[in-house]
Design a protein around this ligand. Structure first.
Ligand code: PEP
Ligand code: MN
Length: 651
């Protein structure tokens, strides 16, 4: 059992709680967990939990059946998010939640130029944290032992040059003290997982720690080692599965995939996977990495070397740069399947922020009031658009819920929101025409980014309702359309359309009726303490919605991770003259330059019956000059040409 003290508990109140517990047969320990002051207990005492909970100075009491109390999910049900490298000038990199975080770098720092080159390369492919060993605990005394402190200095320099916090292994309590100021996240290696003096020392710094699983450690032993770190004062522990010793010798170790869901169930701490040390064979690293993501890992740590054949340590398992780039793209594509998104380092915004080759006004670059501005979405809390927003801007991003899609455009235009998130297309039910039309009605609004969200619909009701009670179901018409097979099994249900799925869920909670249910997200249910009667009721699990991030056109900042990424996609709208071959002539301009079209859609022009506008999405080629030239020619051929924006395509 642990007792979490209130933030404003006085030392006298704390003392009285301790005496209360000691008087009932417990041994009491003072502990810290993140910002919380905690009393840990052991022994065979008995206590009335309710009486203990109302003592002055007590915030809450958590009884656990596990020996690792602080690491246990019984103590803390929500996922812990660990932030690495936060400073006054940077928000740092977060591990956990709905993001997938990738740490990459060489096994060992071999020299200044090697780590600088590797850092730049892995960052370019999207890694957000830099790894590398300066002190290498090698199995053989003749293997490369690392450059020591000099290596750490090189690594820090490389991390700073690329804007990546660094993760490096520490092998002794004495070195931990020396290394502390240069390191953003300490790694406790597999061989040291049960070096308890090291755990206590590193834990006492309160810094982020990556705790690798020992090759022969059970899950419980691993979590008890995490408990050492937490009990010593670090609330920022990330667990790392890196393969265990089994009878199989083909691979270096055996990646314990099942440990990922098991540990995520037992503990609130983030879990990442090191497929490099798990399999030890370069070609097996990527499949193992993807399996780890599919199994629910919060991230990966990977060994990458510019020239693995020349690596001084672990060359055979180090990825070539191209393999790493490919893997990152695969992870990015897989992430939405498990409801996550790859966290990428924002690339610096292109200077000028206008045409791709510097031509002003050509690309409609994203703008807005920048950092600190709100992001508008249509609906209430728990709407899918809000989930998309959190993916794009982070869980803490300030939000502005508005009633209609057009209110998003209004809010961005009048500056009450810096950005807006609008759904434009669903993989099952097609285009959200209203939003495409709004781009024309709001010519000052541009597209700044794109993302795809997997939509998992749930049937949500009041906690006491059962499936048999339901007579009415509310949702957005798209929600009904996407769950058609499920709804067809209940023809007796009356369907009531709402503006959005979260509004539908809110009405169920407000009215409290047992015969009404909503179709919406799990988040919409849990936010309102509603029950999920059935999850995953969408007809096809490959149900994705594409959202566009919009912003105002002139000047201003570009959202991190969106407009600041290298743009590779553009959207435009045009109409053509009413004569044979006019559409063909426009498309030929793109085709002649090898530009790839990913979408072509026609929409009636309002007020001009039987005349149409064409909405086009296309890839931007490597050579921006080709793109700018195509646009210039297109403008001369097309009528009513509008450039909607350039942005980074979401996979
Ligand atoms: C490492 O990550 O460099 C390393 C030595 O890994 P492990 O402790 O998992 O063997
Ligand atoms: Mn290694």
């Amino acid at each position: 059992m642990i007792v979490v003290l209130s933030r404003n508990a006085t030392s006298k109140e704390k003392e009285l709680v301790k005496q209360y517990l000691a008087g009932r047969g417990f041994t009491v320990r003072d502990q810290r967990f993140g910002d919380d002051d905690i009393l840990g207990t052991s022994g065979r005492g008995t206590v009335d939990i309710q009486e203990l909970t109302i003592l002055p100075g007590v915030e809450r009491v958590a009884a656990t059946s596990k020996p690792y109390e602080l690491a246990s999910r019984e103590t803390r049900s929500e996922d812990t998010m660990v932030t690495v490298g936060a400073s006054s000038s940077s928000p740092g990199v977060t591990i956990g939640g709905s993001r997938i975080t990738v740490i990459a770098g060489p096994c060992a720092v071999e020299g200044r130029s090697q780590i600088m080159e590797t850092a730049a390369m892995v960052r370019e492919s999207g890694a957000v944290l830099l790894r590398g060993g300066a002190y290498k605990p090698q199995t053989s005394p003749y293997a490369f032992q690392g450059l020591g402190f000099k290596g750490l200095e090189y690594m820090k320099e490389a991390g700073e040059a690329c804007g990546m916090p660094i993760v490096t292994e520490v092998v002794s309590p004495e070195l931990a003290v020396r290394m502390k100021d240069l390191v953003d996240m300490f790694q406790i290696g597999a061989r040291n997982m049960q070096n308890f003096e090291l755990l206590k020392k590193v834990g006492s710094f309160g810094m982020p720690v990556l705790l690798k699983r020992g090759p022969s450690a059970t899950i419980e032993e691993w979590l008890l080692s995490a408990e050492y770190l937490l009990a010593s004062g670090s609330g920022n522990v990330v667990l790392c599965e890196r393969g265990i010793r089994t009878f199989e010798t083909y691979t270096r170790n055996t990646l314990d995939i099942s440990a990922i869901p098991v540990v995520k169930g037992l503990s609130h701490l983030p879990v990442i996977v090191d497929p490099s040390h798990a399999v030890g064979i370069r070609d097996k690293v990527s499949p193992a990495a993807l399996a780890a993501i599919a199994a629910g890992a919060d991230g990966l740590t990977l060994e990458v070397h510019p020239r693995p054949d020349e690596a001084l340590s672990d060359g055979p398992q180090s990825l070539f740069p191209e393999q790493f780039e490919r893997l990152m793209r695969d992870v990015e594509a897989l992430a939405p399947v498990v409801g996550k998104e790859l966290l990428r380092t924002p690339r610096p915004a292109p200077a000028g922020g206008a045409g791709l080759s510097g031509q002003k006004g050509v690309t409609g670059q994203a703008s807005g009031s920048g950092e600190g501005g709100k992001i508008a979405f249509s609906g209430e809390s728990g709407a899918y658009a809000e989930q998309a927003l959190m993916r794009a801007f982070g869980e803490e991003a300030p939000r502005l819920p508005v009633p209609f899609f057009r209110s998003i455009f209004d809010a961005v235009l009048d500056g009450s929101a810096a950005y807006g998130v609008v759904p434009v297309e669903n993989s099952l039910t097609g285009t959200v025409h209203e939003n495409y039309d709004l781009f024309l009605r709001y010519p000052d609004i541009a597209i700044a980014g794109e993302l795809k969200l997997r939509i998992v619909h749930c049937l949500i009701a009041n906690p006491k309702a059962e499936m048999g009670d339901i007579k009415i179901v509310r949702s957005h018409p798209q929600g009904f359309a996407q769950c058609k097979d499920f709804l067809d099994k209940h023809p007796e249900w009356r369907l009531e359309a709402c503006n959005d799925t979260a509004t539908a869920a809110a009405s169920i909670a407000r009215e409290g009726a047992l015969d009404a249910a909503a179709i919406g997200s799990e988040a919409a249910a849990s936010l309102r303490a509603l029950k999920v009667l059935k999850a995953g009721i969408e007809t096809n699990p490959l149900n994705y919605t594409r959202f566009l991030v919009v912003s105002r056109r002139q000047g201003g900042a570009i959202p991190p991770g969106l407009g600041s990424e290298k743009a590779n996609k553009a959207s435009l709208v045009f109409s053509v003259s009413d004569e044979p071959g006019s559409l063909f002539a426009c498309l030929k301009i793109l085709s002649d330059r090898g530009l790839n079209l990913s979408k072509l859609e026609s929409r009636p022009i309002q007020g001009k019956p039987w005349e149409y506008l064409f909405y086009v999405d296309l890839s931007i080629p490597e050579d921006p000059g080709v793109f700018d030239a195509a646009l210039a020619e297109l403008k001369t051929k097309a009528r009513d040409f509008h450039f909607l924006g350039t942005y980074r395509a979401s996979l």
